[in-house]
Design a binder for this molecule. Structure first.
Ligand code: SF4
Length: 319
């Protein structure tokens, strides 16, 4: 008989992640200062054409907790970044499924017309294909300034479909092939630790798939094929204290929230707001202001995702 206590992960201690300044053990919690906006993320809205089993942002065809942001609202954020002389390099679009927002091509043209890079996170299914002509025109005008990052949870159809729904692998592969044939710069986002095998085996599996379908993505490149750790805020993780930076040999400047913010628009709100990062769009403790100037405040690492995903997991959401 197996011993369940050795096989099931321990649940999060409810005493942890309560006080933004102090950990459960009474130590000073780690804080990340803002060092200037290099990446602006835009959450285009939480609506999605599919419902994944473990979507960290709970997107679905019905969830509009974050409503569609408009091209004018994104333009205003870009204007403010320019007025603040922010060292902005890239604007990333995430959802939900960003291509469900009809303003996306206009937003992309605005971003790249300002000389910035654009990154779109998509499942490459029908909503993306509905914008095929606009996408080809953008690629023609801006070339490699545009990167499309396609979510493909696993290189095997059955495991991808287990997470995203029957038949989704085939549709996403169709979109990926279309992007490859069209000469787009493509990245792929998969999931580390999903299914059997270590990271090397995962990368080998993706490499074989890309070769078989003529998709020019280097599966050995950690940016071109990003493998994200699993995100479960209910599993126990250590809290990150000020002392952790030197113990772990990590610097606060390397955290996403040191150089990025995300624009979101909550259902019922008059105007958009900024969150500290892409990972915590719904937690009020991580909403940092209505303007980029206000949002330049330090962020206290008071959430399990800060520990698991950023400080300990080694992943980042940009490139
Ligand atoms: S989840 Fe990561 S990026 Fe977001 S606030 Fe925490 S440490 Fe910063």
């Amino acid at each position: 008989m197996s011993n369940l206590s050795t096989t099931l992960p321990r649940r999060l201690d409810p005493a942890k992640f309560r006080d933004p300044a102090i950990t459960a053990k009474g130590e000073r919690r780690a804080v990340v200062a803002f060092g200037g906006l290099r990446t602006l993320w835009v959450n285009t809205g939480t609506l999605c054409n599919i419902t994944c089993r473990n979507c960290y942002i709970e997107s679905s065809p019905r969830n509009d907790a974050l409503v569609y942001v408009s091209a004018a609202e994104v333009g205003a954020a870009l204007d403010e970044a320019a007025a603040l002389r922010a060292p902005l390099e890239e604007v990333g679009f995430t959802g939900g499924e960003p291509f469900l927002n009809r303003d996306l091509p206009v937003m992309l043209r605005d971003v790249m017309g300002r000389g910035l890079r654009a990154l779109v996170l998509t499942n490459a299914m029908k909503p993306m294909m509905n914008h095929a002509a606009a996408l080809l025109a953008l690629r023609e005008a801006f070339g490699e300034r545009l990167t499309i990052r396609v979510s493909l949870d696993h290189h095997e159809a059955a495991l991808h479909d287990l997470e995203r729904g029957e038949g989704t692998f085939a549709k996403t592969m169709e979109g990926l092939r279309w992007l490859a044939e069209g000469g787009f710069q493509i990245h792929v986002a998969g999931r580390a630790g999903f299914g059997a095998g270590d990271e090397a085996a995962m990368r080998a599996g993706y490499a074989a798939l890309f070769t078989a379908h003529g998709i020019a993505v280097d599966a050995a490149d950690a940016v071109a094929l990003m493998l994200f750790p699993e995100m479960d805020a209910g599993i126990d993780v250590p809290e990150i204290t000020e002392a952790c930076w030197s113990i772990l040999r990590k610097s606060p400047e390397s955290m996403m929230c040191a150089s990025s913010r995300m624009l979101v628009k909550r259902r019922g709100a008059d105007r958009p707001a900024f969150t500290a990062c892409t990972l915590l769009p719904h937690d009020p403790g991580f909403e940092v202001g209505a303007t980029l100037a206000e949002a330049a405040r330090p962020v206290s690492l008071n959430h399990p995702h800060c520990a698991k995903f950023c400080v300990l997991g080694g992943a980042a959401c940009s490139r």
